[in-house]
Ligand binder design. Structure first.
Ligand SMILES: CSCCC(=O)C(=O)COP(=O)(O)O
Ligand SMILES: [Mg+2]
Length: 225
């Protein structure tokens, strides 16, 4: 019996295009000025130290740190320090009304229905926990954060590593078999299934995969059936 649902964001609740064409360029365009202006801020300084720690054989000055961050953005690298810095930039974007987040039309009604049915809802995304909260706080349907019981990012571990899912199950206090993980990435679903979680593969566009071991659906409505 499923008692908790853990959902990915990009490609699952939210279009790839919102992340790749709105969020990532917004942060990329502002990263250099932001680091220059806020390098000494207590929220930012430890993140810049983390960037240096990720590249121990290459001592970086401020310019080098900025270059490294931009290279990670271009490579879509899931580095926690980068993700936290992006989150800080997106916070300003949401607050200034530069954008609201995108959710597929089936997402809000199903999150609400699952929450009302007593299921616990969690997010596991490469975006920082703060970025996840912001995204669900600024949806076209309003603030959906009251529906969620917790958020996990790459500080819990890689989304492709079974240990991350084991940790999440321990933290939220359910047996893996009681947890349903939703994602658009097969390797993430494989990792969750390895520890015993139930899995559903969201294939929003394109072909279904006839040989995959995960249940495949087009949208959240198909899960209610
Ligand atoms: C929290 S929205 C930004 C998503 C993001 O930064 C990202 O890298 C996408 O990761 P996901 O694990 O949700 O596919
Ligand atoms: Mg995804």
């Amino acid at each position: 019996m499923i008692r908790a649902i853990v959902t990915d964001i990009e490609g699952t609740t939210t279009s790839l295009s919102f992340v790749k064409d709105v969020l990532f360029p917004y942060a990329r365009e502002r990263m250099e000025d932001f680091v220059k202006q806020h390098a000494e801020d207590p929220q930012v300084a430890p993140l810049l130290k983390e960037v240096q720690a990720e590249t121990p054989d290459k001592p970086l000055n401020k310019k080098g740190i900025i270059r490294q961050l931009l290279a990670w953005i271009d490579a879509d690298a899931k580095v926690s320090a980068l993700k936290s810095l992006q989150g800080l930039l997106w916070e300003a974007g949401y607050q200034q009304g530069d954008f609201t987040s995108h959710l597929y039309p089936d997402v809000e009604r199903n999150l609400r229905a699952w929450h009302e049915a007593g299921l616990k809802l969690y997010v596991f995304s490469s975006g920082s926990v703060e970025a996840q909260r912001l995204l669900f706080a600024h949806t076209p349907g309003g603030d959906l954060t009251p529906l969620f019981d917790g958020y996990f990012d790459t500080r819990t571990g890689s989304k492709r590593a079974p240990d991350s899912y084991r940790r999440i199950a321990e933290i939220i206090g359910f047996r893996p078999e009681e947890i349903l993980f939703l994602s658009d990435v097969e390797e993430e679903l494989d990792a969750a299934a390895k520890v015993g979680m139930q899995t559903v593969w969201l294939i929003r566009e394109g072909e279904l995969n006839p040989t995959a071991s995960h249940l495949q659906v087009r949208d959240f409505d198909s899960l209610a059936a």
